[in-house]
Design a protein around this ligand. Sequence first.
Ligand SMILES: [Zn+2]
Length: 400
Amino acid sequence: MGLISKAGIALSTFRQSGVSGVIRRFGKSQRLQWYRWRGQRLNYRLGWRTKRPILVIESDDWGSEHIPGPKAIEKMKEMGLFLSDSHGMFDSLETADDIDKLCDILNSHKDGDGNPAVMTANFIMANPDYVAIRESNYSSFTAKPIYSGWNHEPDAKTMLQKYREGINCGVIVPQLHGMLHFCPDVWMENLCRGDPETLKAFDLQMIGEKEDAAGIGIQSMSPIYHGSGQAIRQLVREGIETFRSCFNIDSFTTIAPCYCWRSDETEQALLACGIRAMQGKEYQYLPDGSVRPHYIGQRGPGGILYMVRNCVLEPISAGTTVEQCISQIEWAFQHSLPAVLCSHRTNYTSRVATEVRDKGLAVLDGVLKQVKEKFGDVEFLSSDKLALRILSERQTDNLV
Ligand SMILES: [Zn+2]
């Protein structure tokens, strides 16, 4: 894997907009709350309906390195580096044991057809190659695809084997999140110009968070689909090809990092590579700083299918309880909508703190148990299967 294309990710656009730009422009909570409410109304009115209670668990950021472990957090605190929130504090690369424990819990719950609970694990396909970048004296970016291992995990062979075991048991379905979860141009520019915070984080093998004026980390978890033309096509193609090399399958759906993508060129590039559906929230961030609501079953300009997460299962980053999640699932089923749970990897990883992972797993276990008790005919589906079902029923939908 060579260099990631730098040509089309417009720095000025990124700095002016991006997710933090959107939040600044619209106000941190009120406007986004309004878009969420509008998206929920749209889903209620127009969303794809099903008689069967369908439960989908969508989980992002698998494969991505973030915090190496508790020592790195201590050093960050000593150095005065910015740590964004509970998501940033605990988000670390999964371990083989994490995958084992997650798969055991999923496999212990069967739906009305006797199939195990399944988690759609959306993967980031590469991380920075810190050694190569340092050897270049920060002059060029090199990506380290996950099939060749991680900076924080020497035993890549065991990890890939664990993913495959979960896939073969039917409890993990990998899909593409993106080639990277940060904007390499911005990061490399900060390294090149000797930005002290970014260099200190680099020494800990982290992207690091640069806090912007709104108090939001803008570096380690950044939108990537800001470019256009060849740059977007290359980024998408690299992600798809690396995904195929890892899992020997194609990804049918995707979720854009930070829910930010272009409706024209990003979707065209994804469709050209075989992606047919986009997972997402009730709204999409656009690179120009605007926000667009979506409903499940809606089709984009080029025909891509939008799917919408309408429930939250984030026990670590958002404090979701079993009761809160179950109440959202009940609402979805009462309105004949599939319950699509948003649940990031940070809830199920242990490198920073084992008790954090155990708490996340316990809440997942409790939700699955109660769902089965309340809805005996529940059907556990992965995102690609849900997309296929919607597409097979709604061939002629148009964009609102
Ligand atoms: Zn993500």
